[in-house]
Design a protein around this ligand. Structure first.
Ligand code: FES
Length: 123
């Protein structure tokens, strides 16, 4: 079996929502000290709905695919729903990640939670 699913490869090769949002309503940055990968999420929120989301990820293929999929999963969703996004849901949406790459999807969950906390703290 291939190490990565087709979905992981697709989101790694053609990541969705790459970039930054100027004057974002919430920004979250997290890193993993072990692998040194860094992920940053920007949110544009109107009436508690995530109108736009962008990410910058300096990391491995799984981290990029996880950020891409996670941003797709929360786009257009209410803040309350985005807060419940788990790394498991991200990994499942990617048709799975290798065991030793699960922490890459955790980074996506944490970055989104941090950006939402930032948004909530500014309200
Ligand atoms: Fe660290 Fe993927 S190896 S985020």
């Amino acid at each position: 079996m291939a190490l990565y699913s087709e979905k992981v490869m697709d989101h790694f090769m053609n990541p969705r929502n790459v970039g930054i949002i100027e004057n974002a309503d919430g920004v979250g940055e997290v890193g993993n000290a072990r692998c040194g990968d860094i992920m940053k999420i920007y949110l544009k929120i109107e009436n508690d709905i995530i109108k736009d989301v962008k990410f910058e990820t300096f990391g491995c293929a799984s981290a990029i695919a996880s950020s891409s999929m996670a941003t797709e999963l929360i786009k257009g969703k209410p803040v309350s729903e985005a807060l419940t996004l788990t790394n498991k849901a991200v990994a499942e949406a990617l048709d799975g990640l290798p065991k030793h790459k699960i922490h890459c999807s955790v980074l996506a969950e944490e970055a989104i939670k941090k950006a939402l906390d930032d948004y909530n703290s500014k309200k």
